[in-house]
Design a protein around this ligand. Sequence first.
Ligand SMILES: *[C@@H]1O[C@H](CO)[C@@H](O)[C@H](O)[C@H]1NC(C)=O
Ligand SMILES: *[C@@H]1O[C@H](CO)[C@@H](O)[C@H](O)[C@H]1NC(C)=O
Ligand SMILES: *[C@@H]1O[C@H](CO)[C@@H](O)[C@H](O)[C@H]1NC(C)=O
Length: 172
Amino acid sequence: MINPELRDGRPDGFRRRTICNFKPNWKICLCVCFVIIFAACIIMIVKWKMDKRVACSGDWLAVREKCFYFSDDTRNWTASKIFCSLQKSELAQIDTQKDMEFLKRYAGTDMHWIGLSRKQGDSWKWTNGTTFNDWFEIIGNGSFAFLSADGVHSSRGFIDIKWICSKPQYSS
Ligand SMILES: *[C@@H]1O[C@H](CO)[C@@H](O)[C@H](O)[C@H]1NC(C)=O
Ligand SMILES: *[C@@H]1O[C@H](CO)[C@@H](O)[C@H](O)[C@H]1NC(C)=O
Ligand SMILES: *[C@@H]1O[C@H](CO)[C@@H](O)[C@H](O)[C@H]1NC(C)=O
């Protein structure tokens, strides 16, 4: 016999009936099993995502989405950049005004290299190669950017000053 729901063209109603028909017991079992497997999958996915979370351990500070490292040592811009990449991070990348406020406050009067540089006559670029969209001002006409309490300035990269590294707290 043809199922009336099929005949009047409501296949979704038909599907609901076959998957969760509560009369025969083995079908209830099937439904329960399905729910348990589904829940187990969700738990595994969540756990897997949590494992990808990078803890800001040791000297790294957790600030919103990121971990930041403030050096005690001083180096030139290039050596600072190498230090950060050896720590699987970047010379500081700053994406929000809130992060900027935090970094300036924490940096205090000391100058700290951040991850922006430019070739002569070219625009500023982050160390990942992305062009800087000028959302904050970089004062001066040097080629390497550094940050302190009074903002972001630029200089030639040769001087040895402190630096800041950053990495995402959650990698996707
Ligand atoms: C590179 O870094 C900047 C600053 O954090 C970020 O805005 C941009 O999306 C990054 N680009 C890529 C390709 O990851
Ligand atoms: C900018 O660079 C020019 C030379 O290219 C130099 O004469 C001038 O003093 C620099 N200005 C600042 C603010 O560093
Ligand atoms: C930066 O410092 C490193 C190590 O001290 C040195 O080898 C390199 O020549 C310096 N680079 C510049 C551009 O000053």
